[in-house]
Design a protein around this ligand. Structure first.
Ligand SMILES: [Zn+2]
Length: 78
């Protein structure tokens, strides 16, 4: 049983950030001191970086969505 790093609180992730597929008995933790997966620990900076990029992508996406929604609303005429 290994605990992988995950900054999210949800535990419905299928894959850990280190690339390992999660199964029964795999744990996730947002605290590095509880993480005992060597792949996670070894790739710590990479994982943190990819999470950062992911977060930024989500924020960008939401911005695009908002733009899209407001332009859609203008096009709809009932
Ligand atoms: Zn891991």
């Amino acid at each position: 049983m290994k605990t992988h790093y995950s900054p999210r609180s949800s535990d419905d992730e299928e894959r850990a950030y280190c690339g390992v597929w999660l199964g029964e008995g795999s744990g996730l933790s947002g605290e590095w001191r509880l993480v005992d997966c060597l792949r996670c620990v070894r790739n710590k900076s990479k994982i943190l970086r990819s999470f950062e990029l992911e977060e930024r992508a989500i924020i960008d996406q939401m911005g695009d969505m908002e733009k899209f929604m407001s332009s859609e609303a203008k096009d709809i005429s009932i």
